[in-house]
Design a protein around this ligand. Structure first.
Ligand code: GLN
Length: 453
């Protein structure tokens, strides 16, 4: 814990932590030591972690990196983090993220952008760590913590993991409780770990997962010993290569990485088959209707009355307007406007309802594929390596949204997906591969992920 606290201090330039909790960390570490001395060794005893600022932490400021929650100190602890503390983990502090987890570069945080510890060969340009869990990925990659919590609504665990050569898994929707996590798009949000290795990710997920009566969408099925899946033979497993993910103009190095990944799995005894997920091309536009729709509804609670920032006004409507105009950043306001529009009378059927129908078709594509005996699907995790801060999305937010092209389908279908570091691009930057599994079969992803790692 002390070594990590020192590392955090030395790496403040990355802006990965938005709140450091050294006193709490030391006292949690001491408590873990005392328990260990008594022979009571939890599975994560004394392991120092960083927590994305979307998870409510009792008595510790939790902001979702939005000005509107700038002064919010929860009186309760999220289920996921309380399970980590139950198992002996230590909290080092809260990690930066895109405001309300909306973004793919960690550039929308009210605390400013996060730096990626990786650099292009021969260049000093600071690169983004990806988003929205940019602080989590950067902190793990820079060895500021042994692992971190993160959330993934459309790729926010897997894309930053790919940009930083870390491992990130988004479990099946319903695997982790969403209770106490600031809501973005409730039907898509899932918590998961970002870690230094596939094995670490397996250990962390085991603590984070599990049924919680406080979240009605959390599923009551046993959490397996994920670590046991590591090193298990993948011989005879059928791996699907979806042809729709072979995009026009895809960089040759991504194409190459993908073939290499397939070859590694084949060498380990897996069988590769081409599969078709015909509705893939509609996933991104449908996601950018469903996610803002749910966000506009979830964010209605930030009214300046119940908690967080409050601006004054001559009447209650003005108070709402002033609070929300002042408290939300540009990307969040854009999402609220899109969401409100697609849910409004007259447009609901044309946009929101249609997007929900598309979502069903996307889910069915995967079901058809798994019904044919496919155990997992291999794809690139991102269409490129990390880019420079401010390099993308400047005048055109859609340019940024295109980053999520390989990850959003997984959230739309509620499936588990893991991103594993697999190689480097021409400039020496990390690239990741993604494995997508059957519902609640994270174990297969850990077994296959370890082969690629
Ligand atoms: N980049 C996507 C978005 O901005 C996904 C974010 C996420 O997974 N939280 O919506």
């Amino acid at each position: 814990t002390d070594a990590h606290l020192d590392a955090i201090e030395a790496a403040r330039v990355l802006n990965a932590f938005v709140m450091e909790t050294p006193d709490q960390a030391r006292s949690m570490a001491r408590a873990a030591d005392e328990k260990i001395a008594k022979g009571d060794v939890g599975p994560l005893a004394g392991i120092p972690l960083g927590i994305k600022d979307l998870f409510a932490t009792k008595g510790v400021r939790t902001t979702a990196c939005s000005k509107i929650l700038g002064n919010f100190v929860p009186t309760y602890e999220s289920t996921v983090t309380s399970q980590l503390w139950r198992d002996g983990a230590v909290m080092l502090g809260k990690l930066n993220n895109d405001e309300f987890a909306m973004g793919s570069a960690n550039e929308t945080s009210c605390f400013g952008p996060v730096g990626n510890p990786w650099r292009r060969e021969g260049s000093n340009t600071t690169l983004v760590p990806g988003g929205s869990s940019g602080g989590s990925a950067s902190a793990v990659a820079a060895l500021l913590c042994m692992g971190a919590t993160a959330t993934d609504t459309g790729g926010s665990i897997r894309q930053p993991a790919a940009f930083t050569a870390t491992v990130g898994i988004k479990p099946t929707y319903g695997r982790c409780s969403r209770w106490g996590i600031v809501a973005f798009a409730s039907s898509l949000d899932q918590a998961g770990p970002i870690a230094r290795s596939v094995r670490d990710a397996a250990m962390l997920l085991r603590s984070m997962a599990g049924h919680d009566p406080k979240d009605t969408t959390s599923v009551d099925i046993a959490v397996p010993d994920y670590e046991a899946a590591i090193g298990k033979s993948v011989k005879g497993m059928k791996i699907g290569i979806p042809k729709e993910y072979r995009l026009d103009g895809m960089p040759a190095e991504i194409e190459k990485l993908w073939s290499e990944g397939a070859a590694w799995l084949k060498a380990a005894g897996a069988e590769l088959v081409e599969v078709s997920l015909p509705h893939t091309k509609y996933a991104l536009p449908a996601y950018y209707i469903v996610a803002p729709a749910e966000a506009s509804s979830n964010l209605a609670r930030y009214d300046g009355v119940r908690y967080g920032l409050r601006e004054q006004g001559r009447n209650i409507i003005e108070l709402y307007e002033n609070t929300r105009a002042e408290g939300f950043g540009a990307e969040v306001r854009r999402r609220v406007m899109i969401g409100t529009y697609v849910l409004s009378a007259g447009y609901y059927d044309a946009y929101y309802l249609r997007a929900q129908k598309v979502r069903t078709l996307i889910k069915k594509d995967f079901e058809d594929c798994f019904a044919k005996g496919v155990d997992a699907i291999l794809t690139p995790a991102t269409p490129s390596a990390a880019f420079g801060i401010g390099e993308k999305g400047g005048t055109d937010p859609v340019e940024m949204y295109l980053n999520d092209i390989f990850t959003v389908t997984v959230n739309m279908a509620g499936l588990p997906g893991i991103a594993v570091p697999a190689g480097k691009d021409r400039q020496g930057l990390p690239l990741g591969l993604q494995l997508i599994g059957r519902p609640f079969d994270e174990e297969t992803l850990f077994s296959l992920g370890e082969v690629i790692e």
